[in-house]
Design a protein. Sequence first.
Length: 233
Amino acid sequence: MTAIGGKTALIIGASRGLGHALAAEYLDRGWQVTATVRGGGRTALHDLADTARGHLVVENVDITVPDQVAALRDRLARSVFDLLFINAGVTNRPEETAADVPTDTFVHLMVTNALSPVRVVERLRDLVAPNGTIAVMSSGQGSIANNDRGGFEIYRASKAALNQMMRSYAARHADDPRTLLLMAPGWVKTDLGGPGARLTIDQSIPGVVDTVEAHATEGGLHYLDYQGQIVRW
């Protein structure tokens, strides 16, 4: 897919919250956007597509189902994107620790927040232009160095696992010129962040996009926040 006079983005996980805001922000900046939802129902992304004058294509994929990711790859086989941005995140009760979290909850967070995003990177990387960017929505809570308060123990572990797996991916693909970004959007008022979060979506997402654009074509792996600051691993 080629945008006339613009750039192209594939945003995974854009039905609501941060992913939906990413799609809207890139549209506002003149990009051609392909964005995904999970499940067959109508979402806010479909409403956005109705007003996007053909600049937003909605696809369907559940990234925790490898066959669906493979099918998406086949449908997009002739496309080339400047940006692949993977937004995936679920959480659990913040007070749950390794001592009491149900095993199925732990597995759900690890599969959704860590394993599946990296599998998507592996499967869709060839759709990204050689000088393009692959970004994954991480979290400041994935920082081991900055964890001096505890809380959200399982969520933190899942995002730390995501960061570690992306470092391993980067090491295995050290000769790949594509830029790799782990983005920390801040604590944002979404269904995941909750109403007590410090930032609104409008305070976070434009900064996330500015940071991604500032590091485009830079190469290597970077762990950054929505203000463009380096996050300690």
